[in-house]
Design a protein around this ligand. Sequence first.
Ligand SMILES: Cc1cc2nc3c(=O)[nH]c(=O)nc-3n(C[C@H](O)[C@H](O)[C@H](O)COP(=O)(O)O)c2cc1C
Length: 171
Amino acid sequence: MNKEQEFLLSRRSVRKFSPVKIEDEKIKIIIKAGMYAPSAHNRQPWHFIVIRSRKLMNEIPKIHKYAEMTKNADAVILVCADIEKQDDSGYFSQDCSAATENILLSAHIEGIGACWLGVYPLKERMENIKRLLNLKKNLVPFSMIALGYPDNSIKNEDPKRYEEKKIEFME
Ligand SMILES: Cc1cc2nc3c(=O)[nH]c(=O)nc-3n(C[C@H](O)[C@H](O)[C@H](O)COP(=O)(O)O)c2cc1C
């Protein structure tokens, strides 16, 4: 396997961050990768909200029980689906997933740690996020991505997920 492939496999969810700040420009670069994701009919039905307010990042764990790390994240990206561009939830959820994963990989390339926080399709969580951020009607909160430079103590071990038996070739 070449170095780029190995690097791709070394992405892990990061939940412990150092206090080093991420420049807005870097955040835009990684969001650009999200915008280059594939989408059904190429509708690109996404909208990205970058949360840099400490107050808001401290509020998130109160409405999302698996998001404790946002308290020490440097930023949180909320990936939203714009239902004016794509109202089929089956499609917008795949489009926004692709965008979310591209952002995680792009953050990894930049040396920025990231963790995907599930939002859609949990109704209560979605409603609470809509209220917290006063989202426009056309935006459906899909996922959040906590971002920060990784804490030095994090060890990155290979989780050894490759399973030959999950692959079937058909001739
Ligand atoms: C749809 C989805 C929702 C997730 N939600 C959370 C979450 O709420 N909190 C969290 O800490 N991690 C969350 N994760 C991250 C997973 O726990 C993580 O990807 C998984 O344990 C594999 O670890 P890895 O990302 O390090 O490879 C989520 C991942 C996905 C794809």
